[in-house]
Design a protein around this ligand. Structure first.
Ligand SMILES: *Cc1c(COP(=O)(O)O)cnc(C)c1O
Length: 383
Protein backbone atom coordinates (compact mmCIF):
# COMPACT_ATOMS: atom_id res chain seq x y z
CA UNK A 1 0.00 0.00 0.00
CA UNK A 2 1.60 3.25 -1.06
CA UNK A 3 -0.18 6.57 -0.82
CA UNK A 4 -0.35 8.80 -3.86
CA UNK A 5 2.37 11.20 -2.64
CA UNK A 6 4.81 8.33 -2.14
CA UNK A 7 3.95 6.92 -5.55
CA UNK A 8 4.46 10.36 -7.08
CA UNK A 9 7.90 10.71 -5.49
CA UNK A 10 8.85 7.19 -6.51
CA UNK A 11 7.95 7.83 -10.16
CA UNK A 12 9.74 11.18 -10.21
CA UNK A 13 12.90 9.61 -8.85
CA UNK A 14 12.74 6.72 -11.32
CA UNK A 15 12.44 9.21 -14.18
CA UNK A 16 15.45 11.19 -12.97
CA UNK A 17 17.46 8.01 -12.41
CA UNK A 18 16.84 6.83 -15.97
CA UNK A 19 18.32 10.10 -17.29
CA UNK A 20 21.34 10.07 -14.91
CA UNK A 21 19.86 13.16 -13.24
CA UNK A 22 19.05 11.77 -9.82
CA UNK A 23 21.16 13.28 -7.06
CA UNK A 24 22.05 11.80 -3.71
CA UNK A 25 23.71 13.12 -0.61
CA UNK A 26 27.09 11.62 0.21
CA UNK A 27 28.36 12.14 3.76
CA UNK A 28 31.70 13.90 3.40
CA UNK A 29 34.12 14.57 6.22
CA UNK A 30 36.27 17.57 5.34
CA UNK A 31 39.49 17.49 7.32
CA UNK A 32 41.31 20.67 6.41
CA UNK A 33 39.81 22.43 3.40
CA UNK A 34 41.67 20.10 1.00
CA UNK A 35 41.31 16.46 1.97
CA UNK A 36 38.01 14.70 2.47
CA UNK A 37 36.81 11.29 3.57
CA UNK A 38 33.95 10.13 1.38
CA UNK A 39 32.53 6.73 0.55
CA UNK A 40 35.31 5.07 2.56
CA UNK A 41 37.98 6.86 0.53
CA UNK A 42 40.39 9.66 1.33
CA UNK A 43 40.33 12.08 -1.60
CA UNK A 44 41.90 15.40 -2.52
CA UNK A 45 38.96 17.69 -3.19
CA UNK A 46 38.71 19.93 -6.23
CA UNK A 47 35.02 20.44 -5.53
CA UNK A 48 34.93 22.69 -2.46
CA UNK A 49 34.32 26.43 -2.82
CA UNK A 50 36.60 26.96 0.16
CA UNK A 51 39.05 28.76 -2.15
CA UNK A 52 41.29 30.07 0.62
CA UNK A 53 40.90 27.01 2.89
CA UNK A 54 39.54 29.33 5.56
CA UNK A 55 36.87 26.85 6.74
CA UNK A 56 39.61 25.23 8.81
CA UNK A 57 41.90 28.22 9.44
CA UNK A 58 42.92 28.32 13.13
CA UNK A 59 42.17 32.04 13.58
CA UNK A 60 38.79 31.75 11.85
CA UNK A 61 37.81 28.74 13.93
CA UNK A 62 38.99 30.45 17.12
CA UNK A 63 36.89 33.54 16.33
CA UNK A 64 33.80 31.37 15.84
CA UNK A 65 34.42 29.51 19.10
CA UNK A 66 34.91 32.79 20.98
CA UNK A 67 31.65 34.12 19.56
CA UNK A 68 29.78 31.03 20.74
CA UNK A 69 31.22 31.50 24.23
CA UNK A 70 30.28 35.19 24.30
CA UNK A 71 27.00 35.31 22.36
CA UNK A 72 25.68 31.73 22.33
CA UNK A 73 24.90 29.55 19.33
CA UNK A 74 21.90 31.42 17.95
CA UNK A 75 20.69 34.96 17.32
CA UNK A 76 17.48 34.21 19.22
CA UNK A 77 15.10 36.03 16.89
CA UNK A 78 14.85 37.98 13.69
CA UNK A 79 17.36 40.81 13.47
CA UNK A 80 14.41 43.20 13.67
CA UNK A 81 13.39 41.80 17.05
CA UNK A 82 16.37 40.90 19.25
CA UNK A 83 18.64 39.06 16.81
CA UNK A 84 20.78 42.01 15.76
CA UNK A 85 23.84 41.07 17.80
CA UNK A 86 26.77 43.55 17.62
CA UNK A 87 28.92 41.31 15.40
CA UNK A 88 26.47 41.91 12.55
CA UNK A 89 26.88 45.68 12.45
CA UNK A 90 30.64 45.30 12.83
CA UNK A 91 30.65 42.93 9.86
CA UNK A 92 28.44 45.27 7.81
CA UNK A 93 30.79 48.15 8.47
CA UNK A 94 33.76 46.08 7.36
CA UNK A 95 32.06 44.94 4.17
CA UNK A 96 30.90 48.41 3.21
CA UNK A 97 34.43 49.76 3.69
CA UNK A 98 36.02 46.88 1.77
CA UNK A 99 33.67 47.28 -1.19
CA UNK A 100 33.54 51.08 -1.11
CA UNK A 101 29.85 51.56 -0.31
CA UNK A 102 27.89 53.59 2.22
CA UNK A 103 26.30 50.60 3.86
CA UNK A 104 25.81 46.85 3.86
CA UNK A 105 23.23 44.33 5.00
CA UNK A 106 24.04 40.80 6.14
CA UNK A 107 21.65 37.96 5.27
CA UNK A 108 21.44 34.34 6.41
CA UNK A 109 22.72 32.93 3.11
CA UNK A 110 23.26 33.85 -0.50
CA UNK A 111 20.05 32.16 -1.51
CA UNK A 112 18.11 34.14 1.10
CA UNK A 113 19.83 37.38 0.08
CA UNK A 114 18.95 37.16 -3.60
CA UNK A 115 15.44 35.89 -3.04
CA UNK A 116 14.82 38.78 -0.63
CA UNK A 117 16.65 41.70 -2.23
CA UNK A 118 15.14 41.52 -5.70
CA UNK A 119 11.44 41.44 -4.70
CA UNK A 120 12.04 44.34 -2.31
CA UNK A 121 13.08 46.68 -5.10
CA UNK A 122 11.28 45.24 -8.12
CA UNK A 123 7.57 44.68 -8.74
CA UNK A 124 4.88 44.04 -11.29
CA UNK A 125 5.49 47.11 -13.49
CA UNK A 126 9.24 46.44 -13.70
CA UNK A 127 11.74 44.61 -15.91
CA UNK A 128 14.60 42.35 -14.80
CA UNK A 129 17.25 41.27 -17.29
CA UNK A 130 19.18 38.23 -16.11
CA UNK A 131 22.22 36.56 -17.65
CA UNK A 132 21.06 33.10 -18.71
CA UNK A 133 23.79 31.45 -16.63
CA UNK A 134 23.20 33.49 -13.47
CA UNK A 135 22.79 31.60 -10.22
CA UNK A 136 19.50 29.87 -9.45
CA UNK A 137 18.68 32.22 -6.55
CA UNK A 138 18.83 35.29 -8.81
CA UNK A 139 16.13 33.61 -10.88
CA UNK A 140 14.18 32.71 -7.76
CA UNK A 141 14.26 36.31 -6.50
CA UNK A 142 13.34 37.64 -9.92
CA UNK A 143 10.37 35.31 -10.22
CA UNK A 144 9.19 36.17 -6.70
CA UNK A 145 9.20 39.87 -7.56
CA UNK A 146 6.39 39.59 -10.10
CA UNK A 147 8.41 41.71 -12.55
CA UNK A 148 8.81 40.77 -16.20
CA UNK A 149 11.94 38.59 -16.30
CA UNK A 150 13.95 38.40 -19.52
CA UNK A 151 17.08 36.28 -19.97
CA UNK A 152 19.95 37.60 -22.06
CA UNK A 153 22.54 35.37 -23.67
CA UNK A 154 25.52 34.69 -21.46
CA UNK A 155 27.89 37.69 -21.43
CA UNK A 156 26.45 38.76 -24.80
CA UNK A 157 26.37 42.56 -24.79
CA UNK A 158 24.67 42.82 -28.17
CA UNK A 159 21.86 40.63 -26.89
CA UNK A 160 21.59 42.60 -23.65
CA UNK A 161 21.43 45.86 -25.62
CA UNK A 162 18.77 44.40 -27.94
CA UNK A 163 16.65 43.20 -25.02
CA UNK A 164 16.94 46.57 -23.28
CA UNK A 165 15.88 48.29 -26.50
CA UNK A 166 12.95 45.91 -26.87
CA UNK A 167 11.64 45.87 -23.29
CA UNK A 168 12.89 48.89 -21.35
CA UNK A 169 10.34 51.49 -22.40
CA UNK A 170 7.41 49.34 -21.30
CA UNK A 171 8.71 49.07 -17.76
CA UNK A 172 8.72 51.50 -14.87
CA UNK A 173 12.04 50.42 -13.33
CA UNK A 174 14.69 48.06 -14.73
CA UNK A 175 17.34 45.88 -13.12
CA UNK A 176 20.18 43.96 -14.73
CA UNK A 177 21.31 41.02 -12.60
CA UNK A 178 24.36 38.87 -13.18
CA UNK A 179 27.01 36.82 -11.43
CA UNK A 180 30.38 38.61 -11.22
CA UNK A 181 32.25 35.30 -11.52
CA UNK A 182 29.99 32.61 -12.98
CA UNK A 183 29.68 29.74 -10.56
CA UNK A 184 29.76 26.84 -13.01
CA UNK A 185 31.92 28.37 -15.75
CA UNK A 186 34.41 30.48 -13.84
CA UNK A 187 34.34 33.35 -16.33
CA UNK A 188 33.82 37.01 -15.45
CA UNK A 189 30.87 39.18 -16.44
CA UNK A 190 32.01 42.20 -18.52
CA UNK A 191 30.88 44.57 -15.79
CA UNK A 192 32.23 47.70 -17.49
CA UNK A 193 30.06 47.18 -20.54
CA UNK A 194 27.06 45.98 -18.55
CA UNK A 195 27.29 49.06 -16.34
CA UNK A 196 27.46 51.36 -19.37
CA UNK A 197 24.36 49.71 -20.88
CA UNK A 198 22.59 49.97 -17.52
CA UNK A 199 23.26 53.69 -17.39
CA UNK A 200 22.27 54.23 -21.02
CA UNK A 201 18.91 52.60 -20.34
CA UNK A 202 18.26 53.88 -16.83
CA UNK A 203 18.60 50.44 -15.32
CA UNK A 204 20.06 49.38 -11.99
CA UNK A 205 22.86 46.80 -11.82
CA UNK A 206 23.07 43.97 -9.30
CA UNK A 207 26.15 41.74 -9.19
CA UNK A 208 26.31 38.46 -7.27
CA UNK A 209 29.99 38.01 -6.53
CA UNK A 210 29.85 34.82 -4.45
CA UNK A 211 32.86 33.42 -6.34
CA UNK A 212 34.75 36.70 -6.75
CA UNK A 213 35.16 37.91 -3.17
CA UNK A 214 38.51 36.80 -1.78
CA UNK A 215 39.70 35.49 -5.14
CA UNK A 216 39.72 38.14 -7.90
CA UNK A 217 40.34 41.90 -7.88
CA UNK A 218 42.96 41.51 -5.12
CA UNK A 219 40.29 39.85 -3.02
CA UNK A 220 37.78 42.69 -3.38
CA UNK A 221 35.83 40.83 -6.03
CA UNK A 222 35.02 41.03 -9.73
CA UNK A 223 33.82 44.65 -9.75
CA UNK A 224 37.27 45.80 -8.57
CA UNK A 225 38.59 44.65 -11.96
CA UNK A 226 36.29 47.12 -13.75
CA UNK A 227 37.09 50.43 -12.04
CA UNK A 228 34.55 52.52 -13.97
CA UNK A 229 31.64 50.16 -13.41
CA UNK A 230 28.72 51.40 -11.31
CA UNK A 231 27.27 48.47 -9.39
CA UNK A 232 24.18 49.53 -7.45
CA UNK A 233 23.81 46.31 -5.48
CA UNK A 234 27.04 44.41 -4.75
CA UNK A 235 26.04 41.07 -3.30
CA UNK A 236 28.29 38.24 -2.16
CA UNK A 237 28.56 35.40 0.33
CA UNK A 238 30.65 34.15 3.23
CA UNK A 239 30.14 30.60 2.01
CA UNK A 240 32.83 30.42 -0.66
CA UNK A 241 36.27 32.00 -0.17
CA UNK A 242 35.43 33.07 3.39
CA UNK A 243 34.90 29.42 4.25
CA UNK A 244 31.76 29.89 6.37
CA UNK A 245 28.11 30.74 5.86
CA UNK A 246 26.03 33.86 5.35
CA UNK A 247 25.81 36.63 2.77
CA UNK A 248 25.73 40.39 2.29
CA UNK A 249 24.78 43.15 -0.06
CA UNK A 250 26.43 46.56 -0.26
CA UNK A 251 24.57 49.62 -1.57
CA UNK A 252 23.74 53.21 -0.70
CA UNK A 253 22.45 53.84 2.82
CA UNK A 254 18.79 54.36 1.79
CA UNK A 255 18.79 51.16 -0.25
CA UNK A 256 20.20 49.22 2.68
CA UNK A 257 17.67 50.83 5.05
CA UNK A 258 14.86 49.81 2.70
CA UNK A 259 16.12 46.22 2.58
CA UNK A 260 16.38 46.09 6.36
CA UNK A 261 12.80 47.31 6.62
CA UNK A 262 11.20 45.27 3.86
CA UNK A 263 13.23 42.27 2.62
CA UNK A 264 11.16 39.28 3.67
CA UNK A 265 14.16 36.96 3.91
CA UNK A 266 15.64 39.35 6.48
CA UNK A 267 12.53 40.36 8.38
CA UNK A 268 10.92 36.93 8.73
CA UNK A 269 13.98 34.83 9.42
CA UNK A 270 16.32 34.45 12.38
CA UNK A 271 19.52 36.49 12.33
CA UNK A 272 22.78 34.90 11.18
CA UNK A 273 24.29 33.05 14.19
CA UNK A 274 27.05 34.99 15.98
CA UNK A 275 29.72 32.38 15.19
CA UNK A 276 29.12 32.80 11.46
CA UNK A 277 29.49 36.58 11.68
CA UNK A 278 32.65 36.26 13.79
CA UNK A 279 34.12 33.72 11.36
CA UNK A 280 33.42 36.07 8.43
CA UNK A 281 35.13 38.94 10.23
CA UNK A 282 38.19 36.78 10.97
CA UNK A 283 38.25 35.55 7.38
CA UNK A 284 38.24 39.17 6.14
CA UNK A 285 41.23 39.78 8.44
CA UNK A 286 43.12 36.90 6.83
CA UNK A 287 42.24 38.17 3.36
CA UNK A 288 43.52 41.65 4.22
CA UNK A 289 46.73 40.34 5.80
CA UNK A 290 47.72 37.66 3.29
CA UNK A 291 47.69 38.81 -0.35
CA UNK A 292 49.73 35.69 -1.30
CA UNK A 293 46.91 33.46 -0.10
CA UNK A 294 44.38 35.53 -2.07
CA UNK A 295 46.46 35.27 -5.25
CA UNK A 296 47.00 31.51 -4.97
CA UNK A 297 43.68 29.98 -6.18
CA UNK A 298 43.84 31.81 -9.51
CA UNK A 299 47.53 30.89 -9.89
CA UNK A 300 46.70 27.22 -9.28
CA UNK A 301 43.79 27.35 -11.74
CA UNK A 302 46.08 28.89 -14.36
CA UNK A 303 48.75 26.25 -13.76
CA UNK A 304 46.04 23.70 -14.53
CA UNK A 305 44.61 25.41 -17.64
CA UNK A 306 48.14 25.87 -19.02
CA UNK A 307 48.91 22.19 -18.49
CA UNK A 308 45.82 21.21 -20.48
CA UNK A 309 45.94 24.00 -23.08
CA UNK A 310 42.56 25.23 -21.94
CA UNK A 311 41.54 28.90 -22.14
CA UNK A 312 43.38 30.67 -19.32
CA UNK A 313 41.48 30.57 -16.04
CA UNK A 314 39.99 33.90 -14.91
CA UNK A 315 38.91 32.67 -11.48
CA UNK A 316 39.36 29.66 -9.21
CA UNK A 317 36.68 27.74 -11.14
CA UNK A 318 37.56 25.72 -14.24
CA UNK A 319 34.93 23.67 -16.07
CA UNK A 320 35.87 20.53 -17.99
CA UNK A 321 33.02 20.22 -20.45
CA UNK A 322 31.80 16.66 -21.00
CA UNK A 323 28.29 16.99 -22.46
CA UNK A 324 26.17 14.01 -21.44
CA UNK A 325 25.26 13.57 -17.79
CA UNK A 326 26.21 9.88 -17.66
CA UNK A 327 29.59 10.59 -19.26
CA UNK A 328 30.25 13.32 -16.69
CA UNK A 329 29.45 10.87 -13.90
CA UNK A 330 31.82 8.32 -15.45
CA UNK A 331 34.61 10.92 -15.70
CA UNK A 332 34.14 11.87 -12.05
CA UNK A 333 34.29 8.21 -11.06
CA UNK A 334 37.49 7.72 -13.03
CA UNK A 335 39.13 10.66 -11.26
CA UNK A 336 37.93 9.39 -7.92
CA UNK A 337 39.70 6.11 -8.62
CA UNK A 338 42.88 8.22 -8.87
CA UNK A 339 42.25 9.92 -5.54
CA UNK A 340 40.58 13.15 -6.74
CA UNK A 341 37.15 14.43 -5.81
CA UNK A 342 35.80 16.26 -8.86
CA UNK A 343 32.02 16.26 -8.74
CA UNK A 344 30.06 16.02 -11.98
CA UNK A 345 27.68 18.94 -12.42
CA UNK A 346 24.57 18.03 -14.37
CA UNK A 347 21.37 19.73 -15.56
CA UNK A 348 19.42 21.59 -14.33
CA UNK A 349 22.37 23.19 -12.50
CA UNK A 350 23.90 23.66 -15.96
CA UNK A 351 22.11 23.77 -19.35
CA UNK A 352 21.14 20.46 -21.00
CA UNK A 353 24.04 18.91 -22.88
CA UNK A 354 26.71 20.78 -20.90
CA UNK A 355 27.31 18.38 -18.00
CA UNK A 356 30.82 18.89 -16.77
CA UNK A 357 33.44 18.43 -14.14
CA UNK A 358 33.61 21.69 -12.24
CA UNK A 359 37.06 22.06 -10.72
CA UNK A 360 37.65 24.53 -7.91
CA UNK A 361 41.25 25.40 -7.09
CA UNK A 362 42.24 26.52 -3.64
CA UNK A 363 45.24 28.24 -2.12
CA UNK A 364 46.46 25.07 -0.44
CA UNK A 365 46.46 22.70 -3.41
CA UNK A 366 50.08 21.60 -3.86
CA UNK A 367 51.43 22.33 -7.37
CA UNK A 368 52.43 18.68 -7.74
CA UNK A 369 48.83 17.62 -7.11
CA UNK A 370 47.53 20.19 -9.62
CA UNK A 371 49.91 18.66 -12.18
CA UNK A 372 48.83 15.14 -11.26
CA UNK A 373 45.17 16.20 -11.64
CA UNK A 374 45.91 17.68 -15.06
CA UNK A 375 47.45 14.38 -16.18
CA UNK A 376 44.51 12.45 -14.77
CA UNK A 377 41.96 14.69 -16.49
CA UNK A 378 43.86 14.38 -19.75
CA UNK A 379 43.71 10.59 -19.59
CA UNK A 380 40.06 10.54 -18.55
CA UNK A 381 38.76 12.87 -21.26
CA UNK A 382 41.27 11.71 -23.84
CA UNK A 383 42.65 15.21 -24.46
C1 LIG B 1 26.73 29.70 -3.81
C2 LIG B 1 26.07 30.81 -4.51
C3 LIG B 1 24.96 31.45 -3.97
C4 LIG B 1 24.27 30.93 -2.75
O1 LIG B 1 24.98 31.24 -1.63
P1 LIG B 1 24.70 30.43 -0.28
O2 LIG B 1 25.27 31.29 0.77
O3 LIG B 1 25.41 29.12 -0.43
O4 LIG B 1 23.22 30.27 -0.18
C5 LIG B 1 24.48 32.56 -4.60
N1 LIG B 1 25.02 33.00 -5.75
C6 LIG B 1 26.07 32.39 -6.33
C7 LIG B 1 26.62 32.92 -7.58
C8 LIG B 1 26.61 31.26 -5.73
O5 LIG B 1 27.61 30.62 -6.31
Amino acid sequence: MTDSLTAFAHDKLAGLESRSLRRTLVPTHRFDGLWVQRGGRRLLSFSCNDYLNLSHHPAVKAAAIRAVEEHGVGAGASRLVTGDHPLLSELEGRLAALKGYEAACVFGSGYLANSGIIPTIMGASDLILVDELAHSCIWAGSQLSGAKVVAFRHNDMADLAAKLAEHRTGALRALIATDGVFSMDGDLAPLGEISALAQDHDAWLMVDDAHGLGVVGDGRGAAAMFPGAKVDLAMGTFSKALGGYGAYVCASAPVIDLLKTRARTLVYTTGLPPANAAAALAALDVIAAEPERVAAPLAKARRFTRALNLPEATSAVVPIMIGAADAALAAAAALEAQGFLAIAIRPPTVPAGTARLRLAFTAGHPDAEVDRLAAAVRSVIGA
